[in-house]
Every structure is written in C-alpha cells, then in structure tokens.
Write a protein that binds this ligand. Structure first.
Ligand code: UD1
Length: 384
C-alpha cells in the first residue's frame, strides 16, 4: 500500500474541511490507485474553527500540520508557501498531484508552490467569480485557476468564466458540489443535535446569523448598521448568532458587543461545529449571512437566505435557489424578512451535481488523469 503514488489534499481554513472530507473518503471507497495524504496548513487553528470539524467530518488522519497561524494576507500566504514547499521537499516521494479546494489563502499558496515544483494541481470549486477584486478570495480564485491543471466546477457559471478566461476546455470538468456531499451524508446526524430545543427555540422560529467578511466587520459604521439591524430583527423573530473570531474581535474593538449582549432575543455564541451549525441552519426560518458556502447550503436545504453582500460568486443560488443579495440595504432586507415570515418567498430548483456524489466523480477523473496505469477514458467514467 505504501508504495502507491501519493496525492496530497490541502486543508487550511474552516470552509475547506467539509470539501476535502468527501474526497478523501471517495479515494478510499473506490480503491483508487493512490495513497492520499492530508496536509493542514494551520490557517485556522482554534478548537472550534478546526478540531471540532476534523472530528465531526472524520478527517482524523492528518499527515502534517504546518502551523502557520494568522497574519496579514502577504505574511500568511508567504508562511504557507514556505512551510508547504519545505514539507514537499522533505518527502521521499514527489506526489502525483495536489488537490486544493475553495478560495482561502492556503488554497492559493499551496497551488503556487506545487505549480512551481511542476506537480499537477487540481482545483475543486473552480471558476467561481464575484467579479469583485476587492475580495481577497476573488484574487485567490483567479490566480489558483490560472495555474491549475485540472479544474473541477461546482455550478454552471464556473464553466462560463473559465472559458472566458481562456482555460482550455479539456482541463474543465463539471462535477457538482462536494460541500453538498458532506451535507447529504451528515444531515441525519445534524438533525439529532437538537440545538434549537436546547436554546428554547422552535423549528422555523428563529434567524441564524453568520457574519465575518472584512467588508462587513472591519469598518465600524458597517458593523454598527448590522448590529442595529439585528436588534430590530430580534424584536420580530429571535436571532442565533455564532460569532466568528474576526467579528468578535471587531465587536469588542468598536464597543458594540455590550449592545448586542443586552438583547435577550439575541443568542450570542462561540463559532459552532459543523453538525450544530447544520442543525441550526436546517431548522431556521431564515439565514442572514455573508458566507459563500452558506448561500449554497441554504439553497440545497430550501431555507430562505439573505446575503449581506453586493455580489456573489455563486449566482446559481440566486437563479435557482433561496438566496437574495441585500448588500447593506437593510430596509429591503426587512421587507424580505416580512415576506419570509408570511411564507411568501422563492422556490428552489434542482442543480446538476448537487447530489451527494461530486467527490466520486472527482476521484474517477483523477484516477484517469493521474494514475500510472491505464484506466477507462474520462467520458466512460463520468456523467453528471
Ligand atoms: C478565512 C478566509 C475566508 C473564509 C473564512 C472562514 C482567506 C483570505 N479568507 O477568513 O475566505 O470565508 O476563513 O472562516 O483565506 N482567528 C482565530 N482563530 C482561528 C483563525 C482565525 O482567532 O482559528 C482570528 C485571527 O485573529 C485572524 C482572524 O481570525 O487574524 C481572521 O482569520 P483568517 O484566516 O486570516 O481569515 P478569516 O476572516 O477567517
């Protein structure tokens, strides 16, 4: 077994874990001709930003922790690059390829290192574009896609943007959404968590809030507006607000935390694990977020989602899902809240490849492209 060629899968920050877990599992279940190794860069390192997820998702075999920690974008990206390159060069074997997911700094940093060492790179969740270069993730997406050899697309817009950017068609594979693979697998377990009941809340009787984007939390007046909106919202429907570390730091710095703490209908809590968060999301009347992944999860779950951003790199959640972009238009947001409370909101429509089997398709394709032995052609093994 140990003589098999290696594939390295990179994880770094919270939204990576649920995307990599099903791919690792699919490699094992399909008996693919590789040994997989999972490398954790350490971009996220708190127990509740990382360890809980690894346990719940079954990502228990981590081959190396690079422990890079927090920093400015330049520093963090550079630290991941330095540590990942050192790690690869210290190994007895050059991997057959590396798999990176999503759009965090660790994604770009590891893709860059591998590309320069001439190791093939596969990018999962390729082609997503917000067209807003002020978002650090947009820079990470464009750059990672430009240097990747295999681009796995999760929603229809991805193929469009990659072609527009001149990526050769033979590198692009529409496989669907690996994050939905994890959701489908763990939903029954999540529903047994009973988090709403523990908070004294009913199904369909609260709003779940997640806010962490720099554009929303790193400016005092923007965060103040959000806090004011949450207080108004809580007077209509209770609010559950697990607070991201970046947001919590800013709430304290701007003196806004006591204002929120004074409202009994706002349940403030530390960041939640995957299962508790999925439980809360599934039973919520509405979700208010600026996350990327949550826009997709709420669409799949058919839970109304208001997104506090001007744009989204996941437009299928607008056209076929429950998502509405409200930016900082809080009066529009409140009108939508009232429609949702009256049960007069959008319907959802199925999306290709959001079916629990995206990782299976990825492993079949990589086994074809990166395996040392002859396997059937890609068109023989894959159809979404
Ligand atoms: C990162 C990703 C973002 C993703 C988000 C999910 C980039 C550019 N951004 O943003 O796309 O949506 O993760 O959380 O990669 N911190 C802790 N403990 C931790 C991790 C972070 O306290 O375990 C604090 C640190 O003060 C740190 C801050 O949170 O400076 C921000 O962390 P960082 O990884 O830099 O960015 P995120 O805002 O989490």
């Amino acid at each position: 077994m140990n003589d098999l060629p290696e594939i390295i899968l990179v994880i770094g920050a919270r939204p990576n874990f649920m995307k990599v877990a099903p791919i690792v599992r699919a490699f094992a279940e399909q008996n693919a001709p590789f040994k997989t190794r999972v490398i954790h860069t350490g971009q996220h390192y708190d127990v509740n930003m990382s360890d809980i997820f690894l346990q719940e998702l079954g990502l228990t075999e981590i081959d190396a922790f690079l422990e890079v920690g927090s920093g400015t974008h330049g520093l963090q990206t550079a630290k991941v690059m330095e540590a990942f390159e050192r790690h690869l060069l210290s190994r007895p074997q050059i991997p057959s390829g590396i798999v990176v997911v999503g759009d965090v700094n660790s994604t770009l940093a590891c893709a860059l290192v591998a590309a320069k060492l001439e190791i093939p790179v596969a990018h999962v969740e390729a082609g997503l574009r917000s067209k807003d270069r002020r978002m650090p993730e947009e820079i990470n997406r464009i750059t990672t896609d430009a240097i990747s050899d295999v681009l796995f697309v999760s929603e229809p817009s991805g193929e469009h943007w990659l072609r527009k950017e001149g990526i050769p068609t033979e590198k692009i594979f529409y496989v669907g959404n690996v994050m939905i693979d994890t959701l489908v697998k763990l939903l029954p377990v999540a529903l047994r968590q009973e988090v709403p009941r523990r908070l004294g809340l009913n199904t369909n009787g609260y709003t779940l809030v997640t806010i962490h984007r720099p554009a929303n939390v790193d400016h005092k007046n923007h965060l103040q507006e959000i806090v004011d909106f949450l207080i108004d919202l809580a007077s209509r429907v209770p609010v559950v607000f697990p607070v991201h570390p970046r947001t919590s730091t800013r709430l304290i710095e701007y003196g806004l935390l006591p204002t929120l703490q004074q409202v009994p209908e706002i349940h403030l809590m530390k960041p939640l694990g995957y299962l508790e968060n999925l439980n809360l999301m599934t039973e919520a009347q509405l979700v208010l977020t600026d996350s990327g992944g949550i826009q997709e999860e709420t669409t799949f779950l058919n839970v109304p989602c208001l997104t506090l951003r001007e744009n989204t790199e996941r437009p299928v959640t607008l056209t076929r899902g429950t998502n509405v972009l409200v930016g900082r238009n809080f009066s529009q947001a409140m009108e939508l809240v009232e429609l949702i409370r009256k049960d007069k909101f959008k319907n959802t429509y199925p999306i290709e490849g959001w079916d629990g089997h995206a990782a299976d398709r990825i492993v079949k394709i990589l086994s074809h492209l990166w395996a040392p032995i002859e396997v059937p052609s890609v068109s023989e093994v894959i159809s979404v």
